[in-house]
Design a protein around this ligand. Structure first.
Ligand code: HEC
Length: 161
């Protein structure tokens, strides 16, 4: 038996969409523009450290994609990714120095109670970034593991989820 709710939404699917689009167009015509920054973090310092972390993930993905065979091994790209990782890991202490909060951030308050340990984790991550060897895909494979562990181990301790 066909689910009656599904049947109804199937039947009215396009009308619902038209109504939604018309509503959105009307709001925008009235000068209401969705401000995406309201949906995100308001505190500028928190935003900067989160942006840095997302960037770290993006450049790390360049390397893991090469290892997974999603992209071809490319030394200049690998070098760029390593350089960025070194910079981003070295910037962690500065980015987190001041205790700042935002309802949307994922930093554990523990960071500022155990600042020395947090710094140690950041330093290890910087060292691991420096230790990445990009000479060949095989070198990259063996040297990237410790970097991933360094990211993970800090997140386990100092990131809420
Ligand atoms: C010394 C600790 C530390 C290290 C090392 C570290 N991180 Fe983070 N990371 C954090 C903390 C703390 C947060 C939460 C920040 C916040 O929300 O304010 C975070 C957040 C993130 C986020 C989530 C951003 C979001 O959308 O909220 C990503 C992705 C991330 N880190 C990637 C990485 C990668 C990749 C590495 C390693 C290359 C790394 N991190 C190394 C502490 C660390």
């Amino acid at each position: 038996m066909i689910d009656p709710i599904k049947r109804r939404t199937d039947r009215f699917g396009w009308q619902i969409r038209v109504v939604l689009y018309m509503g959105l167009a009307l709001l925008m015509a009235c000068g209401v523009e969705p401000d995406t920054t309201d949906l995100f973090i308001d505190d500028e310092r928190v935003q900067t450290r989160v942006t840095d972390m997302i960037e770290a993930q993006t450049v790390l993905d360049i390397l893991t994609d090469m290892l997974a065979g999603k992209t071809a091994y490319d030394k200049p790209n690998a070098r760029y990714a390593q350089k960025e990782l070194k910079r981003l890991m070295a910037d962690i202490p500065r980015r987190f120095r001041r205790e700042r909060g935002d309802p949307l951030d994922r930093a554990e308050e523990r960071i500022w109670h155990q600042w020395d340990d947090f710094l140690r984790q950041a330093r290890i991550a910087e060292d691991r970034a420096r230790d990445i060897e990009i000479g060949s895909r095989a070198q990259l494979r063996t040297s990237l593991g410790p970097m991933l562990i360094a990211c993970q181990s800090c997140h386990d301790r100092y990131r809420t989820y």
